[in-house]
Design a protein around this ligand. Structure first.
Ligand code: DHB
Ligand code: FE
Length: 294
């Protein structure tokens, strides 16, 4: 059967993609950020997932305010990078895994999660920036990616608890797929940031740290956090963090935090990143002792 072996939490910021695409990753502003992802790139190169399920949000690129799916599952063979106003990012086309994605659609919908099935979709920085941070700048992405787009742009987004339970249903879907695939699930977006209004520029390191702590060790209580707390504490775009609970729900309850990175500044966003391994999975211990979360 297929197995989810690990989870990755990772922020997205369009300027991170622009820094990579325009050869600015070595500049003093960006260098500390990219250094923080070096251990993660080594880790995922050793884990060699067969498939990545990437939970992210679209920012008006594939879905406008005319159609707003709460949970949209990408079942297509491929997903081209979207033009977000300055041309499409010069990154590889994202290849999907239609067979597993359709199996997930069936399992999730029969499990009463009313997914929107998407057969044609462009993917924006919400999906491509986490891929770039984890896989660098290859000529082709090293494995198929199943996009799962979550509405966190237009009120009302799904609750953290619904996201956490969707993660559990995703695990069940993956484990009922009759092929020995090693799957890594990404939860992306966040951490604290607000792009608009009087509080634009808001960053809350204390909240972000508590969120990361609870994500690792007490996700069930984190799943009870109401939307208003995300918005008050982490800013209007901090609500993106509910997506991390989908990733966490898909892992073992006792998944182990093996790597954490937190960095400010990156444009307007506090960049948070965590890797969690399922103890039952034979994930390679590719993080050195100094890099590993204790
Ligand atoms: C920024 C962050 C986002 O989440 C986003 O979607 C766009 C911009 C930023 O920090 O610049
Ligand atoms: Fe965003």
């Amino acid at each position: 059967m297929a197995r989810i072996v690990a989870g990755v939490a990772c922020s997205h910021v369009p300027a991170i993609g622009a820094a990579l695409d325009n050869g600015k990753a070595g500049e003093p502003y960006w260098q500390p950020l990219f250094r923080g992802f070096e251990p993660s790139k080594n880790w995922i190169a050793e884990v060699k997932p067969d498939v990545v399920i990437l939970v992210y949000n679209d920012h008006g690129s594939a879905f406008s305010l005319e159609v707003i799916p709460t949970f949209a599952l990408g079942c297509a063979a491929e997903f081209p990078p979207a033009d977000e106003g300055w041309g499409a990012r010069p990154v590889p086309v994202v290849k999907g895994h239609a067979e597993l994605a359709w199996h997930m659609a069936q399992s999730l919908i029969l499990d009463e999660f009313d997914m929107t099935i998407v057969n044609k979709m462009e993917v924006d920085h919400g999906l491509t920036v986490p891929l770039s941070l984890m896989f660098g700048q290859p000529d082709a992405w090293p494995c198929p990616v199943i996009p799962l787009a979550v509405n966190v742009v237009q009120y009302p987004p799904p609750t953290g608890h619904r996201c956490y339970m969707l993660g559990k249903a995703i695990r069940k879907a993956v484990e009922s797929f009759d092929r020995p695939l090693r799957v890594v699930i990404f939860g992306t977006g966040g951490m604290s940031h607000q792009l608009q209004g009087p509080r634009a520029g808001l960053i809350n390191r204390d909240f972000d740290t508590r969120f990361l702590d609870k994500l690792a060790t007490d996700p069930q209580s984190l799943a009870q956090l109401p939307h208003v707390e995300y918005v008050r504490e982490a800013g209007s775009e901090g609500i993106e963090m509910v997506m991390w609970l989908i990733m966490r729900g898909a892992l073992d309850d006792d998944a182990k935090e093996v790597y954490r990175f937190y960095h400010v500044p990156a444009s307007n966003t506090a960049v948070g990143h965590m890797i969690l391994e399922n103890p039952t999975a034979d994930v390679t211990l590719s993080l050195s002792k100094g890099e590993r979360s204790s």
